[in-house]
Design a protein around this ligand. Sequence first.
Ligand code: IPM
Ligand code: MG
Length: 368
Amino acid sequence: MSNPSILILAGDGIGPEVMDEVKKIMGWFDAKRGLKFDLSEGLVGGAAYDAHGTPLTDETMAKAQEVDAVLLGAVGGPKYDDLDFSVKPERGLLRLRKEMDLFANLRPAQCFDALADFSSLKKELVSGLDIMIVRELTSGSYFGEPRGIFEENGERVGINTQRYTESEIDRVARSAFELARKRDNRLCSVEKANVMESGILWREVVSKIGAEDYPDVELSHMYADNCAMQLVRTPKQFDVIVTDNLFGDILSDCAAMLTGSLGMLPSASLGVPMENGRPKAMYEPVHGSAPDISGQGLANPSACVLSFAMALRYSFDQGAEADRLEAAVEQVLADGTRTADLMQAAGGKPASTSEMGDAIVKALEASL
Ligand code: IPM
Ligand code: MG
């Protein structure tokens, strides 16, 4: 039997730097835990545009459809700000999400004990925080038609459409209910049913699934604006949150920052299972390409490393090895190793990107 396959798309900015550390860690799992992957690499975002004039070639798209998981670094940068919308780096990422049909985007916001002081909120509000945001990723206003900039009555009008079918709501809600069952059994569904028909439908569909198939999961509903407020007021009230594409984009950034650092947060985007039973999947850090610090060894590789841990858990059925990797990252933080993003203003010399990767490997080694 062939090894499970991973396509690495390091992308732009700090993407390649943090991905180098993940490759180091994959090397460790290969050598020490016998986890072998068939790795291939491709270009996405600005890197693909520079080489091919498009943020994602058809060949890379086809490759992404074939592999068991895609691991992505980051896309974008100021160099590409003036490009036509259709070839902007972000379009490559959105094409991957859409064509792979990765409808369930899992964004954990977890506060590591060693970093609780970093949050902009008081320590007691965030220490032990463990939220999972499930963001719908392939529909809603990111993709709804009609969209565009049109002429109307002698002026231009910009249009995007918020659109959800019952089945689109149904499938992402089920993913969220399933996750809630594996966690604290609580799900909060977020929309704006007070002003949007798509929100009314969203609430109806989620309620029905809850009542019929997940009566054991405690379901609540919240308007998105209130949810934003509650996230900064008492974030620990949440377990799993399920919401649409745009609200999920915004709320997940908000939840991420509660934990102190964007540099720590991974994500998984999951689609329907393939023939081998594995879900179509892409894993990526929540942070962006951070062009201001790229190329200087300042980036924190943890989010990308933890994204690989999510791949081990959700694509490769290696929950124990995922736990091992997450514990190694936590241990490194507890030991005081810090990349620049995790240093207090007055702190000493930060660890470089590769020193952080080495420290994680060392902690893995110590876990044996
Ligand atoms: C995210 C990002 C993307 C999004 C951008 C880069 C297209 O903000 O993954 O949250 O808006 O979905
Ligand atoms: Mg975002």
